[in-house]
Design a protein. Structure first.
Length: 152
């Protein structure tokens, strides 16, 4: 398994409900490295592209309005097999079906306000990194805790 980067969006309901810290803590505790983090309020055309596979669905107008309700937090995470590891922590799309202990099961009650989006594969992760971050907003760094250890 190789080192990957993936995107999570803490949707406007996560910010409104003051859950940002609780959610970010779960990724930090797992050992995923934060390599990008910002508030953003993307416009409608970004959502038409991001959710292009859903635009014909009856729930899409509501989904788009929900994502544009207010600012969200875009995060890029890095780690070994990060795409799948993040999806395990996030849980199933429908919080009613998500396993206990996942973010969606623990903090959300319905599929429309499910708090968080995560890239679902290598290709979408690459597209979403480009969609939500400028190159200079993504960082490469070593953890200081790993850097200064000396074997003795
Ligand atoms: P997300 O992982 O962001 O991907 C697509 C989103 O569509 C999904 O999370 C849900 O928030 C939303 N969604 C999927 N199905 C429904 C539905 N039946 N009603 C409302 N929203 C939905």
């Amino acid at each position: 398994m190789s080192i990957e980067r993936t995107v999570v969006l803490l949707k406007p309901d996560a910010l409104q409900r003051d859950l940002l810290g609780h959610i970010i803590t779960r990724f930090e505790r797992k050992g995923l490295k934060l390599v990008g983090l910002k508030l953003a309020q993307p416009s409608g055309n970004v959502w038409d592209e991001h959710y292009s596979h859903h635009v014909e669905k009856p729930f899409y107008p509501g989904l788009k309005a929900f994502m544009m309700h207010g600012p969200l937090v875009a995060i890029a995470l890095e780690g070994i097999g990060a795409i799948n590891e993040v999806r395990k922590i996030v849980g199933a799309t429908n919080p009613q079906e998500a396993d206990a202990g996942t973010i969606r099961a623990d903090f959300a009650m319905n599929i429309a306000a499910n708090l968080i989006h995560a890239s679902d594969g290598a290709e979408t992760a690459a597209n979403e990194l480009k969609r939500f971050f400028q190159e200079e907003e993504l960082f490469t760094y070593q953890k200081i805790s790993d850097q200064y250890i000396v074997a003795n």
